[in-house]
Design a protein around this ligand. Sequence first.
Ligand SMILES: *Cc1c(COP(=O)(O)O)cnc(C)c1O
Length: 357
Amino acid sequence: MNTLPRADLRDFPGYRSARSDALAGDIWLNANEAAVANHADADGGVRRYPSPQPAALRAALAALYGVVPARLLLGRGSDEMIDLLVRAFCAPGGDAVLVTPPVFGMYAVCARLHGTCVVEVPLRDAHEDFRVDPEAVEEAARRAGAKLVFLCSPGNPAGGALRGDAVLALARALAGTALVVVDEAYVEFADVPSLAAQAGVQSNLVVLRTLSKAHALAGARIGCAIAGEEVIDVLRRCQAPYPLPAPCVGLALRALSPAALVRTRALVAATRVERERLRRELARLPDVRRVHPSQANFLLVRFDDAEAALRRLLAAGVVVRDVRAQPQLGDALRITVGTAGDNDRVLVALAAGEGVP
Ligand SMILES: *Cc1c(COP(=O)(O)O)cnc(C)c1O
C-alpha cells in the first residue's frame, strides 16, 4: 500500500484548517468567522465553519455500512471521492486509471483533468448481460501500470452487479500494484451485498457509497469512501478543508434516523418492484429490442429506433438519458425508475408511437 500514493505527497500534510486542531475554549477567535449570526441563519447553525469530518455523521454512516468510522471518509458526494482518488494516487500528467465502458463518466473526466491516461477494458457481451472481464482487467491494469481500477457495481448504465468474490480476487491479484475502487452508488437496489466490510480488510480495495440515490439526498451532496486507514489518511490530506456544509450534515443525520431508514428501505423495495414491472412492460413493446436486466434504479433499453423513442418521450414531457454516444449503446436510452405514475407515462408515451412511421 505504501508504494501506491503519489511519492511527492508522502510527507504532504494538507491544509491545517482551524477545525483540525483539538483545541478547547468557549470563545472561538481562531477562524475569522463572524461574531454574530446572519439574520437569515435563525439558529446560528452556519456562522462557523463546519467540522471537516462530522463525527456523528461518520458514526451513523459507519454503522449503516457495517464498518468502523476510521475506515470512512465523508465528502461532497462520491464524485469528490473519485476526484480525490485520482489526485492522491496518480501523478499529475502521468500514470493511468482503468475503466470498463460503457460506464459512469466521472472516472475518465477526473483522470483527464489530471492529465492521467485512461485505459479502457470494455464490458463484454453487450447484447446479452454486460459483464466485466476480470482477467482482461487484470492484464490491462498490469500492462498500463494503472494505479486505480474503477469498477461500477451495479454498473451505470449497464445495470449489472459484480460478484463479490470476483472483485476480491481481482484486488488480491493487483495488491501492491493498483487500488480496486468499487463504486456502489446503486448497491441498495441490488441482490448482491455491498463489499464495504471488505474494503480495507483487503488493503487495496476501496468502496464508494452515496446518499444521493437510494436515500434520495442527491441535492445534499454526501458520499463517502470506505478503505483502509492508510488510504483514508492520504485522501483526507488531499481534501478541501470543509467539504460538508452544516445544513447538509444535519439533513443527512435526520435521513439516517431509524424511522427514516425504515421508510428508505420500503421505498427501495418499492423501486425494485416497479423496476421489474417496467422491465416486463417495456419488453412487450414491439419497438423495444432489449431491456437489460438491472440491479439499480434504472433500465437500459435498446430500441429499433431510439431517436423516435426519445422524441416520443420528450413530446410527452418525459426526459430520459440519451446514452447513444457511449460505446456499444448506439440504440439505447437509460430510463430511471420513477413512481408507478411516472412509469405509466413512459409506457403510454412509447406505446402511443407504435406502428406510426
Ligand atoms: C450518481 C452516481 C454517482 C454520483 O454520486 P454522488 O454521491 O452524487 O456524487 C457516482 N457513481 C455512479 C456510478 C453514479 O451513477
